[in-house]
Every structure is written in C-alpha cells, then in structure tokens.
Design a protein around this ligand. Structure first.
Ligand code: DCT
Ligand code: MG
Length: 509
C-alpha cells in the first residue's frame, strides 16, 4: 500500500476525546459529511448535529476547506447561523480532521483555523454592505442555502427545490432523450454558450464553468423560462446569469456577447486556440505580441513542434470527416496491426462509436491478450510511417501504467485526401472495458459516470474500477481494490445504474 495512504481509523485511538464538533454541511456532500462524523465518533469525539441548541458546548466548528479559505463566504455563512463569536470555538477547515486522522493525534488547530476575531470584524464592517447574492459566482449563494436547507432540517424545514441538475445526473439519462426545451430556451442557450466559449478561450476557466453549468441546468429544465425569477430558481443558474436570461427575454440580444465575442482580441484568441497544441495562455500571449492571423503565426520563431504541425494542417484538422472515411482509416490500421499480431482486437471508439455522422478524429482501441509479448505500438507505427500513411507525430507513444497511447496525423492513399487526426490506444485485456468506455466518451458522459462512481465509494478510470475507496475531497485516502469489469455492461451494473449503449452517451455541454 502507498505509505501516504493510511487505513481508516478503527476505534484504536481516541484522538477527538473532549471535542464537541459541529460540521457545517455546506459544500461537503452527504457522503463526506457522514464519513467525517464516523471518523470523529470513532476517535472518541462528539458530533454536534444541531448548532442552535448546543453551541455553548461546541469546541470546534468544521467547514469545508474551500469555504474556510474564502473568508467572505465564511463570514456570510457563520453570521447566517448566528455563531456566537465571543466563545472560544475553533473554526477550522476539514483539513484539520484529515491531518489529525493521518497523524493519529489531535493536532493544534492553529494552522487550520480562521480566527473568530477576524470574523467578528468582518461581520461588523460588512453587515450593512451589499446584498448576499451580489457579485458572487453564479449559483454559489443559492447552493450554500440549498446545501444548508437540506442538512439542517432540525432547525428549519427543508426548502422545496426543483430537482437539481448535476453533472452526476448526466449519465443517468439517455443523450437521445428528446429535449422539451422551447425554441426560446435554445436561443438563450446559444448566446450563453458564446460567452462560455469566449471565457474558456481567454483562460477564464472558472467563469466558463459557471456558464456551462448554467447551460446544462437550462437544457435539463424542460419548460420555457419566462422571467428572471424563474431563471434564478433553477439550481445552477446564479443571479448574474439569470439577469442575462432576462435581458435576452426582453431584447432578444445580449450586450455582453457583442462586447466580449465581438472584440478583435477574443476572435483572434479563439482562432489561435484552435491550433493543435495551443492553449488559452499561449494564444493570449501571441495576441499580446502582435500576432493576428495564422499567416502571422507561421513567422513566429517560438512555435513548438506540435504547433507547427497543427498550423501546417490547420484546415484539414478543423474539418470533420464522414464515418466512411473513419472506417477506411481504421481498416488501414487494423490490417497493419493484424499483420504484426493476428490475435489483437481492434475497435473504433470516440464519436464514431457513439454514432455521430461526422468525426473530428479517429480513435482506435487495440486490446492485447496477456500472452502476447510483442511491443505492438512501435512496430505498428513503423509500418504505418513506412507506407506514408502516418505523416506526423503529435505525441509519440505516451505510457500510462500498462496502457500506451499515440496521437498523430494520417492520410489515406490517393488523390485529394485530407490529413486527419489519428489516436491509437493499446491496452491489456484486463482493462478492455474501462478503456473502451473511456475512449468512447463523450467527455461529459465520462465526467458524469466518474462522479457516480466517486459518490458510491468507487473510482473509475480508463484503467479499472476500484471499490472501497475513501476520499477526503478529491484526495483518495486509500487504494481501494480492483473490481473485475469484463464488459461495459458490468461497469454500469457495478455502479448500480441503467446500461446506456454508446449512442446514448452523446452528452455534450
Ligand atoms: N475524453 C475525455 N475527456 C477529454 C477528452 C476526451 O474523457 N477531455 C475521452 C472521451 C472521448 C474520447 O476520449 C475521445 O476524445 P475525442 O476524440 O477528443 O472526442 P470525440 O468524442 O471522439 O469527438 P470528436 O468527434 O471531436 O473526435
Ligand atoms: Mg474522437
């Protein structure tokens, strides 16, 4: 076992003796909440479930780390639950519990603490300032309230919220389920998507995520949104985005779209990020340096090898290819692979397997039986290069545990053929189903089903499905154990969710 990952505390030590701990449920999730409660109780501590009646006895208030670090948010939350700032209560992040468990000792809270004095000051100076949900990230305040409402039922009845649309729910639904959204919602979504794309290409990932989350929520909402109030009532849509929806309803237009997407900067940066190997930061810096067109970039002396290839084949790579061409490319790869080792299993995945009519690249999964010892990928690539089929390497054989991956460019023989992106993945038989599912996607479906696994104490990757996994935040506290997954169906079964064939995994943001 990894020495950094320790087993759960099992009643051996009473490290939390004399600790009366209240855990604020905001941003924690029920699973983590109950995990912490169990650990504290096992460590001889008392979990206080109802702050209002017993807070005089409370020694520690534990908040999710991200909340403790965001002092503004902390202030709002603590003042909303009337924390008596004159008591000697320690207000700490969840890291404190994790570290205590790791060290098997009740650590001094200093390093993990938010001082009560600081909070008092902030509450006093802020109490007459802006309303709660002004200038916040989309949905944060509402989510605070929602989390709180569902977890503090003893103090106040839970609010009736519309069913939350989370990323985790995505894989529970077929992507081909007809959407009931109105035409108007579609138009709003299209405008919001323009903003999300612009934010993503300028490197403002957080804001892009806020917009994308709201777009997913509106897509799943189902009925026509007719007002600001209705928009803001959808979990995942914050006040700022709801205001955009309202502006669009009133004018059929978003000023922000003109402002952000219409600027030369945003158009140039978006164009540059389409070049293979170029991220938002590089694109921005090129704009800063005065580059404006792809022609300009060709004169840039600082291009990486990948970026040069991306530029050289820019138009071809941007073009999506028909399914028939994907099949022809796969046939070339399969013939070459089988000439090296006839027992290999060669399968198309990616958007092709999900049934899309056009594909951005060709994703090929090669599964190697355990008794085959030839190093397939170098031999295969040598053949494909010698025949002139593979023309450029983007990522030349990357090894991840016992899987190998190649990303490159190929072209079918004959006149007027375009250069196409080709990805080849070679995996062992034991990892076939998880790799097949991963490389089939969609990327959003993958994120969603991994969240389902995480919430069930498991961990899903392209390598395997692990069970018995314990996490603190995103960090895994133990290794878990591999559960055999001979087929994709078995993965759905082990996760306790309905099987979705590839065509029903076409979820997109
Ligand atoms: N993938 C993922 N997360 C990503 C990118 C990819 O899980 N960020 C997985 C899901 C799809 C698979 O890898 C292949 O990726 P792409 O070829 O990039 O996507 P695609 O769905 O095949 O779409 P396209 O038609 O554009 O190739
Ligand atoms: Mg693909």
């Amino acid at each position: 076992m990894d020495p950094h990952k320790r087993p759960l505390l099992q009643n051996k030590s009473r490290i939390f003796e004399n600790c009366y701990i209240y855990i604020l449920p905001v941003a924690l999730g029920k699973k983590r909440m109950s995990l912490f409660q169990t650990q504290i109780t096992n460590g001889g501590g008392i979990c206080v479930s109802k702050l209002s009646a017993t807070k005089c006895n409370v020694t520690h208030i534990v908040l999710e780390d991200s909340v403790v670090k965001d002092s503004e948010r902390c202030v709002r939350l603590l003042s909303s639950i009337n924390v008596d700032t004159n008591t000697a209560v320690k207000i700490v992040g969840t890291q404190w519990i994790s570290k205590c468990l790791k060290e098997c000792v009740c650590l001094d809270t200093k390093e993990f603490e938010l001082s009560v004095e600081k909070i008092t000051d902030k509450v006093n100076t802020k109490s007459n300032s802006k309303p709660l949900n002004e200038d916040r990230d989309p949905g944060t305040v509402k989510n605070d309230v929602a989390d709180f409402a569902t977890c503090t039922v003893e103090d106040s009845p839970p609010k009736k919220l519309k069913p939350a649309v989370s990323e985790e729910d995505v894989c529970l639904q077929s992507s081909s389920k007809p959407r009931e959204n109105s035409e108007c919602n579609h138009l709003v979504i299209a405008e919001l998507q323009k903003l999300a794309n612009a934010f993503r290409s300028t490197g403002d990932q957080w804001r892009a995520y806020g917009y994308e989350k709201a777009i997913s929520a509106i897509k799943a909402y189902g009925s026509e949104i007719t007002s600001y109030e209705e928009a803001v009532s959808i979990p995942g849509v914050g006040s700022k985005i709801a205001a955009k929806v309202s502006e669009f309803l009133a004018s059929g237009h978003l000023r922000k779209v003109d402002e952000i997407c219409g600027s030369e900067r945003s158009q140039v940066v978006e164009l540059f990020t389409k070049v293979w190997g170029v991220g938002p930061a590089t694109a921005q810096s090129w704009f800063q340096q005065g580059f404006r067109t792809l022609e300009d970039l060709k004169a840039n002396p600082n291009l990486t090898k990948q970026q040069k290839i991306g530029l050289k084949h820019f138009d071809d790579i941007q073009d999506r290819m028909p399914r028939q061409e994907v099949e022809q490319i796969a046939a070339v790869v399969e013939t070459a692979a089988l000439s090296i080792e006839p027992k290999l299993n060669v399968e198309l995945c990616g958007s092709y397997r999900r049934g899309r009519t056009t594909c951005g690249d060709v994703d090929i999964l090669i599964t190697k039986q355990d008794n085959i010892h030839t190093d397939i990928l170098p031999c295969l690539l040598q053949q494909l290069k010698e025949s002139g089929f593979v023309t450029d390497d983007l990522v030349n054989i990357e090894v991840s545990r016992n899987q190998k991956k190649y990303l490159g460019i190929c072209r079918l023989p004959g006149e007027n053929q375009k250069h196409r992106r080709l990805d080849i993945f070679v995996v062992p038989e034991s990892e076939y189903a998880t790799a097949l599912m991963h490389y089939t996607g969609s990327a959003l479906f993958n994120r969603s089903i991994r969240l389902v696994a995480a919430h069930k104490g498991m961990s899903l990757s392209e390598h395997c499905l692990l069970a018995g996994v314990v996490r603190e935040g995103k960090e895994m506290l133990n290794d878990g154990y591999i559960v055999p997954t001979p087929t994709e169906k078995s993965i759905f079964g082990l996760l306790g969710i309905e099987y979705r064939p590839p065509e029903e995994r076409e979820h997109r943001l």
